[in-house]
Design a protein around this ligand. Structure first.
Ligand code: TMP
Length: 215
């Protein structure tokens, strides 16, 4: 039997790495074991945070227009969405001893805004001090994908995302940043997600079960 405890699992990686797919698979597998959980995503996860997400995405489709979000505006929007998400969804769920599975979290800000766009790290760390409320992922899965597989998956998507337009070098850089963030950290798991078989799903489930002491 599963003994209830707060547990925060995060999936990170570049677009087309299969994060959303794997988070859903993990949700299904844990629910079969009777685990009470919340599956959520960033940016988004609450009504207000989802509106902020739309705002960020709209701006991207306006690229080329004279006025676009400054990189600090963009960053503040991600952080604003995170604040809403933590306060109204993640924290309450953890307080109820639920398992929270989140598709992206703070490492995405470090990979995309800090490493990618050169936003000042102190700026982000400082705001995080006010909004994170001590919440840290118990484990993070970094899904590593080849550019070929990621491109193929993105092509199959019906709704185009702003990131489908990013250059290959941006992906490569973002992936390298995720791998660097995971380096020498015990609670990070770098897993290859290039092939489309069920091995990865099983691997992830096994790791989480070990942490949650599920037999
Ligand atoms: P996704 O939901 O398709 O993964 O798209 C979310 C996008 O938002 C993804 O390209 C990464 C980006 N992002 C940031 O740039 N910074 C952040 O802090 C987060 C959470 C996401």
């Amino acid at each position: 039997m599963f003994k209830k405890k707060p547990f925060f699992v995060v999936f990170e990686g570049v677009e087309g790495c299969g994060k959303s797919y794997q988070s859903q698979k993990l949700k299904k597998n844990l629910e079969k074991k009777g685990v009470n959980l919340v599956l959520t995503r960033e940016p988004g996860g609450t009504r207000i945070a989802e509106s902020i997400r739309r705002l960020i995405l709209i701006d991207y489709f306006n690229r080329g227009k004279k006025e676009n979000f400054d990189k600090y505006t963009d960053t503040l929007l991600y952080l604003a969405a995170r604040n809403e998400h933590i306060k109204n969804k993640i924290k309450p769920a953890l307080q109820k001893k639920k398992v929270v599975i989140c598709d992206r979290f703070t490492d995405s800000t470090l990979a995309y805004q800090v490493y990618g766009k050169k936003v000042n790290r102190n700026f982000i760390d400082h705001i995080h001090k006010f909004i994170l409320q001590g919440i840290k992922p118990n484990i993070t899965f970094i899904l590593k994908v080849s550019s070929k597989s990621s491109k193929l998956r993105l092509k199959k998507r019906r709704t185009k995302n702003r990131y489908d337009k990013f250059s290959q070098s941006f992906y490569t850089k973002a992936q390298r940043s995720f791998l660097q963030l995971a380096r020498n950290k015990k609670n990070y798991f770098i897993l290859n997600s290039s092939s489309n078989n069920s091995d990865l799903e099983k691997k992830i489930f096994k790791i989480v079960c070990k942490y949650l002491k599920i037999k």
